[in-house]
Write a protein that binds this ligand. Sequence first.
Ligand code: B12
Ligand code: SF4
Length: 446
Amino acid sequence: MKILLLNPPRSPENNILRFAPENAKQFIHKKLIGPPLGLLTIAAAVKDFDVTLFDSKGEYDLEPATPPLDVLVLQLLERYNPDILGVTVITSEFDYALEIFRVAKQFNPLILTVAGGLHATLCTQDFAGTAADVVIPGQCPHIFRDVVIAKEKGVKLASVPGIYLNEKSGLNKTHGAARAWDAANADYLMPDRRHLDRWISTYKVGKSPFPSTYVFTSLGCPYKCTFCSIWTQFRGKYYQRTVESLITELKSIDEYPVVRFADANTVVDHDFMNLLFDRIVEERIQKTFVMDIRADIAARHPKIIEKLAKGGLKVVICGFESFRDEELSKYHKESPAFDNEEAIRVFERNDIMVRGNYVVPNDYGKEDFKALAEYADKNRVVYAGYTVLTPMPGTVFYQQVKEEITDHDYKKYNFFNSVMQTKLPHDQFHEEIGKLWLIKKGKDVI
Ligand code: B12
Ligand code: SF4
């Protein structure tokens, strides 16, 4: 049984970049770099089969002259001739996943096409009537394996519980509940990063000469911000890995001196983090760590930040979201704006570079942009990001504003495009956000 796992390309849609003033363009995010952890986990579940993983994001970075997606997919199908094709899907890459499946079905209708990942979990029915034969929501490496075995044995897929099948009558769920799977703990599967050898040189962030990889210490998030799809993906649950499984993984990735923890929030269980960093020091694991840490955690628990800094924490991504308490509480952030200010001080005291992110709602007018610019200027961080408050399908915010959404092109759902009516003219709204990217340490304020 030959399995091809494909990471779709990035969506190029970026109206912030498009309308930003020329001098801001260099600072605006064009792409996020990193390995497809979900697909690597799926690959690990079927490693006794003939598995090929192809990272098209890495490929387009490595070889910019790579042909367009349909041609690339055809070449891959000709080269590998898979029986099963699995694609990981987030919202902004949904259309590419469908294109991949379409090309595969045209090439050989017998290829079993399988969709998984965040969008398959939160918006399963979006796949109805598409060229995806099977959709598997949730953390499902074991179910994917069941599907592979069913296909190999020629058993009907309807016998695999917990999957969705595209049938004439619609996208139907098979009978029975999916088997439980403890993805972060007892059933944790170590991603087999050897699949990524071809693209390792592309996993470099900023000016770093070293490649970075993602490792998750937890899944889900205990908070419930309205605009966020991470906690809804995990139905509000939070799962922590064990310290020793992390130590084993960290010791096995010498080729990656930079490790970005892929958690929603890395510091939730303080005892766990204390123990993890004791063990990292004890084992002499020397890496540059990048983490997502909430502002309130840093502001109220500076001791733990100090300890993490001593263990190698160098970069923190911190969701500031807003400078107004009323907006923060509307988003259910559970952290007032002064936490952002205090967090910046704590991080700076510990020589940690802060990447602070603000989200801009569609109803911002000139005065709001001016007020945000003043606040961001007063509270500068080394690198700040300013994106659009986006109603990602499957979030509370989406439910709140779905009638107001004017643009349903999923390729634009990557935080860089407004998909709702804006108070300022559309182009000017994005231009204003673009200008904000100039506000960072060492650069003039707009
Ligand atoms: C790692 C990561 C990335 C990596 C790798 C993603 C990739 N496929 O290439 C990189 C850095 C490339 C990336 C990029 C982006 N990302 Co990202 N990313 C993450 C992150 C931090 C962790 C995801 C993860 O690895 N989880 C752990 C793994 C094990 O879980 P998993 O992915 O869910 O996979 C499991 C299941 O879903 C399932 N599964 C997954 N794939 C498949 C496939 C098949 C066939 C099957 C059967 C099952 C299956 O099985 C897996 C194992 O159990 C999440 C945030 C978070 N903490 O969750 C954001 C997140 C997924 N990213 C997000 C976004 C928006 C982006 C960007 C669009 C950001 C941007 N503005 O540019 C870009 C897209 C590309 C670009 N423009 O550069 C959003 C998605 C929101 C949404 N509703 O779509 C998230 C949730 C962050 C957020 N703040 O909201 N990202
Ligand atoms: S924005 Fe951050 S803190 Fe809020 S729910 Fe999402 S991951 Fe959790």
